[in-house]
Design a protein around this ligand. Structure first.
Ligand code: ZN
Length: 307
């Protein structure tokens, strides 16, 4: 796995962000497929763009110009090796078309706008808070070609897209296995975007099945309640579904967690998983949301996983 981004570069971005309170928010387009502003992946993360001089890769219609990198399996996902028992996953924020893939004729292909950026920035925030790094697996490839949050049987329709899908899960599985082996319990946090309730963060744990290890060790307070990730986000002003009331798990009726949450949270020993479906309103200011999500995860990790 290659290194993610120069830490100094991101720190500089954070500093610049803090010094510019009037900065314009990243506007959420009306549809998840509409064009995001120029401050998107390529401009936020120029470090991703300068690896090889190459022709311009294809991106989704309306997406910003992609990094000037010839897409290969290695750079269709962004990974970071971690030393924390936290694995950040973002499978639906990518815009780069998989070379050779004709796309998917079946299934949902909507992009979760800004979730790739939020995952990368949240990872940097966690590192700055804890002095240790989470594992990161972020798709740069488009959901038009492969959906990493689906079972392989419905995730892709050609071999080119299959390679991207397989690379994503190979990275995620390796991260989960290594983190669990080192720490005893690791948590995959799968980041998504939803527009059903634009002003809500929606928890998905397969109604507790994917967080059974956390609950067994620490009680429901590790998943719901004020000291959970969602409790921290509630305290920071976010609306949470289900409401993270102390002592109650609440029922997940809207988004209970997709394939990644189920597969890693249920079937891998020593691994739990939590899905966060971030409302479109909260993704408008990706910088603020990434900071708040990063803080919530860092405080959760410190309280439950690092003692
Ligand atoms: Zn999604």
């Amino acid at each position: 796995m290659r290194r993610l981004l120069p830490a100094a570069f991101i720190l500089a971005l954070w500093c610049a962000s803090a010094l510019m309170p009037a900065r314009p928010p990243l506007r959420q387009p009306a549809g998840e497929h509409a064009a995001p502003p120029a401050r998107h992946t390529a401009s936020l993360f120029p470090g991703l763009s300068a690896r090889q001089p190459a022709s311009q890769p294809a991106t989704e219609p309306g997406a910003p110009p992609a990094a000037r990198v010839a897409p290969t399996i290695e750079n269709l996902i962004t990974t970071q090796r971690g030393d924390l028992p936290i694995i950040l996953s973002a499978p639906h924020g990518g815009t780069v078309r998989v070379p050779g893939s004709a796309g998917r004729a079946q299934g949902v292909t909507v992009r979760d706008v800004h979730t790739a950026e939020i995952a990368l920035l949240a990872a940097q925030r966690i590192t700055s808070r804890l002095g240790a790094t989470p594992w990161v697996v972020v798709a740069q490839f488009s959901r038009l070609d492969a959906d990493a949050n689906r079972d392989a049987g419905e995730a892709y329709e050609n071999e080119h897209a299959r390679a991207a899908y397989d690379a994503y899960h190979a990275a995620l599985e390796r991260a989960a296995r290594e983190a669990a082996a080192r720490h005893g319990l690791a948590v995959v946090i799968d980041l998504h975007g939803q527009r059903r309730i634009p002003g809500a963060m929606i928890r998905g744990t397969r109604n507790g099945k994917a967080t059974d290890d956390l609950v067994a060790r620490f009680g429901v307070g590790a998943v719901s309640g004020p000291r959970s990730i969602f409790g921290r986000l509630k305290a920071a002003g976010y609306s949470i579904v289900p409401d993270p009331v102390e002592g109650e798990l609440g029922e997940e009726r809207l988004f209970e967690g997709g394939y990644i949450t189920a597969h890693y949270g249920t079937f891998m020993p020593g691994v739990d998983a939590v899905q966060i479906e971030m409302g479109s309103e909260y993704r408008e200011d990706a910088w603020k949301t990434a900071r708040d999500v990063g803080d919530a995860i860092a405080e959760f990790a410190q309280r439950y996983l690092l003692e």
